[in-house]
Design a protein around this ligand. Sequence first.
Ligand SMILES: C[S@@+](CC[C@H](N)C(=O)[O-])C[C@H]1O[C@@H](n2cnc3c(N)ncnc32)[C@H](O)[C@@H]1O
Length: 194
Amino acid sequence: MKKLDQSFWENRWVEGNTQWDIGQVSPPLKEIIDSLEDKNIRILIPGAGGAHEVIYLWEHGLKNIFVCDWAISAFENLFQKAPDFPKDQCLVCDFFDLNIEVDLILEQTFFCAIHPSLRPKYAEKTAELLSENGVLTGLFFASNFGFEGPPFGGYKEEYIAYFELYFTIDKIEIANNSILPRQGNELSFKFVRL
Ligand SMILES: C[S@@+](CC[C@H](N)C(=O)[O-])C[C@H]1O[C@@H](n2cnc3c(N)ncnc32)[C@H](O)[C@@H]1O
């Protein structure tokens, strides 16, 4: 079994072995971001990688954004494209060690990057980081991949079982605007913290 620690991910970035990176804000997340009315909410993007969503948020006037990734090389894109993004909002640490409070967490290909044995802990941690009625939203893969991850896929029923302990399941359905290679295999979800 691969050891999915900080150096595994740092090496992936250093080697440019980042096939998950779609090089732009993904359309389902763009739709979520475009629908945000309150520009002052605190937002966390865990395992943000190339941070395309962060750059989009920043350029659209949302400033209370926290970016977490434990691979420092992942931040190069953000530092280059949004040089004025505050460094104290760049959290280079293990997601599970975060100690902040936010109103919204945006998920994309971070949950599928951690080992599935950590999924119950992810559900608990996201609930811990969110304010009352805070929202966890974004995308999960909708099936298994048939090879050893990452990425690790999964199923709607499995996800609901983890998150219903801490969240009201507002929505979890196949996204209708995924990028072509992910079409039909992304669940768009919105969970509201209990
Ligand atoms: C598959 S990439 C996804 C990047 C980005 N979300 C995207 O959609 O392009 C997963 C990222 O999560 C980071 N990561 C993995 N485990 C982490 C952890 N426990 N804490 C913080 N970052 C982590 C990796 O360094 C990597 O950049």
